[in-house]
Design a protein around this ligand. Sequence first.
Ligand SMILES: [Zn+2]
Ligand SMILES: [Zn+2]
Length: 153
Amino acid sequence: MSAREGGCACGAVRYRLASDPLFVHCCHCLNCQRQTGSAFVINLLIEADRVELLAGDPQPVDVPRDDGTVQSIFRCPACQVAVFSTYSHPAVWFIRGGTLDEPASVAPDVHIYTRTRLPWVEIPGSQPAFEVYYDQRALWPAASRERLARLTA
Ligand SMILES: [Zn+2]
Ligand SMILES: [Zn+2]
């Protein structure tokens, strides 16, 4: 067990992150609330090639979003727990923070879509929060911006 390992509920899917994530989102949008059945989702954004699949073969399920787009949510074929998802950029995976062996090892770098935040969720003043989205260039550390640039080059 390490802070950078995780997996599904049944253990068929196991992964290890080869480095720190690019950035960590806490998303309060209604899509994420519906998908998780909860108040928000924790997403660790990381390059696909920095996720080592140690076991299992997560299968994509295309899930409609309110804006008409489709999000691919990758699930354990056995227990169906969602382990990660992709949006417009297939090479950036959004690892679901709750699937880490040690979920407390990460904290959000930013809260987004707080306009639909449930009223009893309080956001720490130390964590940036935005009604909708944010400017990656302004918030991401230089090293993460360089990693993303390498990916899209
Ligand atoms: Zn499973
Ligand atoms: Zn969301």
